[in-house]
Structures are given as C-alpha cells and as structure tokens.
Design a protein around this ligand. Structure first.
Ligand SMILES: Nc1nc2c(ncn2[C@@H]2O[C@H](COP(=O)(O)OP(=O)(O)OP(=O)(O)O)[C@@H](O)[C@H]2O)c(=O)[nH]1
Length: 392
C-alpha cells in the first residue's frame, strides 16, 4: 500500500478542523477550562492550515517565512491553551507562564533562524516536544481531586505526539539530508501524519470526557449548596450531620448544634428590597463561617434560618461561637450592608443513648421559639432556659 504524504497532511488538517468545529458546536456555553480547550484546538487547526498554505508558496521566500512562523506560533500557543485547560480540569491553578514562554522563545528562534533548515526544524520540534512533555508531566502529577480516565487518554496521546515531534526534530537537525522536507515522501513524515490524526482523535475524546466530568462535578456542587449563600443546603448538611452524630456516639464525644433565625427579616426585605435581603443572608452565612474556627458545619436550613453543627465541642464553645457571631455581625452588618442584623438562636447538645440530629433540631427549634417569645436577639440553651438566664 502506498501512502501519499500530501493527502495524509490534508487529512491531519481536516481532522483538526473537524475537532475544533465539533468542540465549538457541541460544548455550548462553557466555563473557563472548556473555553481554553476550545481555543487550544482552534489555534492548532489554524496552525496546520497555515503550515499547509506555506507548502503552496516558493520555499524559503518571505511568504513561506511568514506563514511558517505564524503556523509555529499558532500551534505552540494552542498547546499552551490546552495545558491551561488540563490544569484547571485537574483542579490546579494553571501554570501558564512556562508554556507561554516556550511558545514565544520557539517562535522567535524559528523566525530568526528560518534560513537554516536544520536549525529551524530542530529548534521548533525540539521546543514543541519540551512543551508537550511538560504537559504530560503536569497530567501525571498527583491531583487535588480524583479525576477520570480521560487523564490517561490525554497522557497517551501527548506522549505519542512528544515522541514523533522529538524524532522529527532530531532527524531534521542531525540527519538533514535524509529528511529533506516536511511535505516530501518520507516514512518519518508518513508516521508523523498518521500519529497526529490518531492523537487528535484521542485528544478530542479526552477533552470531551474531561468537560463532562467538570459539568458533573459542578452539578453535584449545586445540588449540595445553597445558591444565595454558598453554604450547604439542608439535605446535604443532614447527611454530614448524621455521620458526625454516629461518630460522636461511637467515640463518646460531644456534638453541639445551634439553630439560628434572623430577627425581623421581613422588615429588611420590605424596607430595603429583596436584593438587600439576599445580601443580608449571604453576609450572615459569611459571618457564621468567619467566626467558626474549626469543626464548623454550616447550612442554610431554610428561608432566614441557619444551622451550625460542631463536633468535639461542648456547650461553652458553642456559646463562645454565638458571642463571636454577634460581635462580628454588629460590626459587619452596618459597615457592609448599612443594616443591623440580629438573630435568635437555640443550642442543643447530643444526648447519650439514641439521640439523633432530628431530635436535636427539634429541641433547638423549641429554644429558638422561646428566644423569639422572650423578645428576640438572644440565644437559649437547655441550661440557661432552666435557670432563667439567656445569652444575649
Ligand atoms: N430576600 C430573601 N428573603 C427571603 C428568602 N427566603 C425567605 N425570605 C423572607 O424571609 C421573611 C421571613 O419572614 P418571617 O417568617 O415573618 O420572619 P421575620 O420577619 O424574620 O420575623 P421573626 O423571625 O419573627 O423575627 C419573609 O419575608 C420571606 O420572604 C430569600 O431567599 N431571600
């Protein structure tokens, strides 16, 4: 079977253009990592179109130099964008500086040394393979969160690309007479074109899988958190709380719950509008987390009610938390919102035996109700209520 290099290179370019068009068409409205991946593949496709066009002009002429240099710049920049996308999908801040620097240095060197064929082929392919190898290393490093098998698909695809690109660099730089031209019939060119088609397809599948995983992670996060305040919603909080209660029973450790309800919240909505009401809810949740120290499981329980659960701490620590929160709100409410925020609360401790989070919530709710009846802006617990004293 005879392989025709020109047709293979056209097939590479078409594959890349198809992959770029597919990513733009099927991903829809996307977040930052997917946008970077789209830009990456579009730039690589553009780079190949420019490379193919450079084959149509007089070799070594100015047009060849300009088209080839732009092509290298586009391919290297595309690789840099893809590297940023992979970092973000892996849950890491993107390390964009090194790929960008390599892309700039490679393009400049290529343009300056264009007249020397051996240099430019060795230089461009050498630095591109370093860029590829760095992406592979980044993908192989331990991840902050579990990632799917798309990682290994991309690693395999990039490793193949690294190997063929590096071999082209070595052949071009040191065995120049055996490797006359990118478009010439040569086994290395045929292998390069075939490997590129295969790796583009693998890369496309890897990118789509990584994007799908990111979307699934985001959906899960949204299902667990409250949209306005960013803290856990009641359902997700209950799941965690029940596990903590089971642990506390097993290890005979304290567990303490505080149920809070903003005072006269309807008035805030009515006076300043719902948007300010929403900002007040967010500020309140921020405060609950800011003063939390450790072991602080916060949720928006519903409407203007919040709940915090602390394990390994008793009544005194929860009372101290309540005081810190009141002090924080007294300062932050007027400053950030122009409104004073007050709340009533009820504290419940996990009791021995078969006590549950549900039962704790019921007890805390009864105390919260008493706090409202006593005039609001106070927190009650079973002890203070029994002796007729309340924290305020
Ligand atoms: N802005 C905003 N308001 C909300 C939200 N959820 C519930 N609310 C409002 O919270 C208010 C709760 O009103 P009430 O149950 O009368 O409670 P309150 O005014 O705080 O009175 P007390 O609890 O008795 O001190 C209602 O006006 C609800 O519309 C929300 O997500 N955003």
């Amino acid at each position: 079977m005879h392989l025709d290099v020109a047709s293979l290179l056209i097939a590479v370019t078409l594959t890349l253009l198809t992959a770029a068009a597919t990513l733009l068409a099927v991903m829809g409205k996307v977040d930052l990592p997917a946008r970077r991946a789209q830009t990456g593949i579009v730039l690589q496709a553009l780079g190949w179109v420019l490379l193919m066009t450079s084959g149509l002009v007089v070799p070594g002429a100015l047009a060849d130099r300009v088209l080839s240099t732009l092509s290298m710049a586009s391919i290297a920049a595309g690789l840099g964008c893809s590297a940023v996308a992979f970092d973000l999908w892996c849950g890491r801040p993107p390390a964009a500086r090194m790929p960008a620097l390599l892309a700039v240095v490679m393009t400049l060197g290529y343009s300056i040394g264009f007249g020397d064929y051996a240099f430019r082929v060795g230089w461009a392919n050498g630095l591109l393979s370093v860029q590829l190898a760095l992406v592979v290393i980044a993908l192989c490093r331990p991840m902050p969160h579990p990632v799917g098998r798309w990682r290994w698909l991309l690693v395999t695809s990039l490793l193949v690309q690294t190997a063929v690109t590096a071999s082209r660099g070595v052949l071009g730089a040191f065995f120049t007479e055996l490797f006359p031209n990118f478009f010439a019939p040569h086994p290395a060119n045929e292998l390069f074109a075939l490997a590129t088609i295969v790796t583009v397809v693998m890369g496309l599948v890897g990118i789509l899988l990584a994007h799908r995983e990111e979307v699934a992670r985001e959906l899960e996060r949204l299902a667990h958190t409250d949209g306005i305040t960013g803290v856990l919603n009641r359902r997700a909080w209950m799941t965690h709380a029940e596990l903590l209660a089971a642990d506390a029973h097993r290890q005979d450790k304290p567990l303490c719950l505080l149920l809070l309800d903003l005072d006269h919240f309807k008035q805030i909505n009515d006076t300043y509008g719902h948007e300010t009401g929403d900002r007040a809810l967010k500020l309140f949740a921020d405060g609950m987390q800011a003063v939390g120290l450790e072991h602080n499981l916060v949720c928006r329980y519903g409407g203007e009610e919040f709940c915090v659960l602390k394990h390994d701490v008793g009544l005194a620590a929860m009372r101290a938390y309540d005081q810190r929160l009141r002090a924080w709100l007294a300062e932050a409410g007027p400053r950030q919102l122009g409104v004073s925020l007050g709340y009533s609360g009820g504290i419940a401790l996990l009791l021995d035996g078969a006590d549950t989070v549900d039962a704790m919530l019921r007890r805390a709710d009864a105390l919260l109700y008493s706090a409202k009846m006593l005039g609001r802006n106070r927190t009650l617990d079973e002890e203070t209520l029994a002796v007729g004293v309340e924290i305020k």
